[in-house]
Write a protein that binds this ligand. Sequence first.
Ligand SMILES: Nc1nc2c(c(=O)[nH]1)N[C@H]1C(S)=C(S)[C@@H](COP(=O)(O)O)O[C@H]1N2
Ligand SMILES: [Mo]
Length: 312
Amino acid sequence: MTKTRGSEITDKSVYVHRREFIAAAIAATGATMIVRNAEAQPAAAHGRKLATVASPLSTKEAPNSWDHITTYNNFYEFGTGKDEPARYAPRWRPRQPWTVSIEGECAKPGRLPLEDILKGETLEDRIYRHRCVEGWSMVIPWVGFPLANLIRKCEPTSRARFVEFTTLHAPQEMPGQRDDVLEWPYVEGLRMDEALHPLTILAVGVYGEVLPNQNGAPLRLVVPWKYGFKGAKSIVRMRFVEQQPTTSWMQNWPQAYGFYSNVNPSVDHPRHSQATEVRLPSLFRNLRTQLFNGYGEQVASLYTGMDLRRYY
Ligand SMILES: Nc1nc2c(c(=O)[nH]1)N[C@H]1C(S)=C(S)[C@@H](COP(=O)(O)O)O[C@H]1N2
Ligand SMILES: [Mo]
């Protein structure tokens, strides 16, 4: 068992004060300067530690700070502003016990309490690159386990070709769901081989600690070679299906958000190029975006023979 402390693995030189960071990020598009701020990094976190082991699948890149990762979020259930999830999600109380409904083409449907899902799992520190479709990126030290482990417990049938993931729908608890910015609940999906891929994890923590609400507590999906929105948060349902699910983002704008949403520098978003990215807290597009977010060696074979311009 190794214990990872944020202060040990975060490069202090990349830390920027939260407010500056948010302002910087808002101003990011097209800007051409670097923010420097040597302010000390706050002690990581709220102290709910998890027992973890290091994963060989982690990137060697320096992770963003706890503060970045937990105050600059997309979680429309708590507002569309990047700072809103951190403001409004902490007061939310995820239901206890949290259960995931297993449905569809499988031999073991039913409601699985999170505790049972985690039984026998070894939690791993998985440091992954995260590329948001909006153009920014971070490096996030998740704590999670392979989604494949849970899928195997469900015993999908041969008809199960896709897995659909659904976020909790509770407009009384999640103020953002009272606005129709998206079709609620938030729905995402993966093809079965993508879901079974060893890089695909369910995360329950970040920086060795229990996942903060704004990052998708208590259980969220992480698929590092796809745009961040594929990583559905606060999952309450997993359904095995024959047909490709229609995701919330496909419904929102099909020309911009396809089912696959693999990170691809040569397939642009209708409103902006995807060729480069802003690695926060930098203010400018300081990195070239890599095909499959740099995970091509592991995942390119999943898409052999597919036209990635058509299946974006
Ligand atoms: N339920 C739900 N899941 C979601 C989102 C959301 O709005 N609602 N936003 C997605 C987007 S666009 C991104 S970039 C990531 C952000 O994850 P993070 O806030 O932990 O970095 O969550 C994804 N999962
Ligand atoms: Mo995103």
